[in-house]
Design a protein around this ligand. Structure first.
Ligand code: GN1
Ligand code: MG
Length: 361
């Protein structure tokens, strides 16, 4: 079936009214397939929606994913009355998803006219990004995390991620381990420190919160004219988690001097000025709700998350690029090297980063 017919059928299932005008694929994200569809209502009004096919290799239990996303978006929407908010549409049976004939999993949400940034040097945008993710934490601080499924078990369990990496390196199914000996050795050498955040949680020192788990700057939608943050998207990994997971991943992505997969990985590193701006924005929202230990874990969490993601990219490279969509053969290797260069720089700067956290109110 042609894509436009497929998308039209999905829209019909979600009871979208009017005439299907067209669609465009949105190339963002490494995991799902995203389309913007345009409809014209009987009165001539044009309406646009986001239709997504969920990658069920990455998300083994997509129904649970939608359970989480629906509860969380509606909780936020109820608190942001009159403001822009994300909303998943329902089918006649009140479901937020459908399966097509080929067993593909589809969902549909409102389209929010906006711009996103994959990187920025703009201080205001960085502060707003930190504040948007902080606000997300804050708005969900009264949401019972136990109502959410752990849709990807052990998603940010760094010890488990590293265990998998070293086990796959030993099996070496694609004969690629020899080429990445240096990378594996570095990860082994920082293993204890990278695992510390997870260990602190295991020792009962860090509370479970509702976390977004993919706090990249490009998951924040901004108003094109006012440049105010409008909404946070990509709730696929909303789960119970640690505040450091959201903070750490946000910093990992937004403060890097280069893109996360830059082949010129020697240039990767954490821009401390950007770190300060993002952190001030984030803490302006969450300061009152964090425990002392959580606050103390923030700088460390950047290191943990960066090493963890490097090990995920490296593991995917070793097993033959099964999880992340790659755009060229060694893409996962470039991603790994870039994240490891970032991790090394973050490690050097940990004391300065924690001092910036401590200086925030
Ligand atoms: C994946 O597809 P995207 O960009 O939303 C991944 C994140 C990684 C990210 C790295 C479910 O997110 O954990 O940080 O790639 N999402 C999942 O670019 O694994
Ligand atoms: Mg994502």
């Amino acid at each position: 079936m042609e894509m436009k017919d497929k998308l039209r059928k999905v829209c019909e299932a979600f009871r979208i009214e009017g005439k299907f005008v067209g669609y465009e694929q949105i190339k963002a994200g490494n995991v799902n397939w995203t389309y913007k569809v345009t409809y014209r209502r009987a009165g001539g009004q044009v309406k646009q929606y986001i239709v997504q096919r969920v990658n069920t290799y990455a998300f083994r239990k997509p129904e649970q994913l939608m359970h989480n996303a629906d509860l969380v978006t509606e909780h936020i929407r109820a608190k942001k009355q009159g403001q822009t908010a994300l909303h998943y549409h329902h089918t006649q049976e009140r479901k937020t998803f459908i399966y097509d004939e080929e067993n593909c999993f589809w969902r549909l949400c409102n389209f929010i006219p906006s711009i996103t940034y994959s990187e920025t040097l703009d201080e205001k945008i960085l502060r707003q990004t930190g504040a948007a993710f902080g606000e997300f934490q804050m708005l969900l601080s009264d949401f019972p995390a136990t109502e959410l499924y752990e849709t990807i078990p052990n998603f940010h369990n760094t010890p488990k991620r590293l265990e998998t990496l070293f086990a796959d390196a030993a099996k070496d199914p694609r004969g690629r381990a020899a080429e990445v000996r240096e990378e594996l050795a570095y990860i082994a050498s920082v293993r204890e420190e990278a695992e510390r955040l997870t260990r602190m949680h295991e020792q009962g020192r860090l509370p479970i919160r509702v976390t977004h788990n993919d706090t990249k700057i490009n998951n924040v939608l901004f108003d094109e004219n006012t440049h105010e943050a409008l909404a946070i998207v990509d709730l696929d990994t909303v789960m119970p988690g640690l505040v450091g997971h959201d903070f750490g991943d946000g910093i990992r992505f937004a403060t890097n001097f280069v893109a996360e997969d830059c082949p010129d990985w020697q240039r990767a590193g954490c821009d401390l000025e950007k770190f300060r701006q993002f952190t001030e924005g984030f803490l302006s929202q969450v300061s009152g709700m964090l425990t002392i230990e959580e606050r103390r874990s923030l700088a460390l969490s950047v290191f943990a998350i960066t090493v963890e993601l490097a090990s995920r990219f490296l593991d995917d490279y070793l097993v033959g690029d099964l999880y992340f969509n790659i755009h060229y053969p060694d893409h996962n290797l470039a991603r790994t090297r870039c994240q490891l260069a970032m991790a090394k720089d973050v490690h050097r700067k940990l004391p300065q980063m924690q001092a910036i956290v401590d200086a925030c109110r």
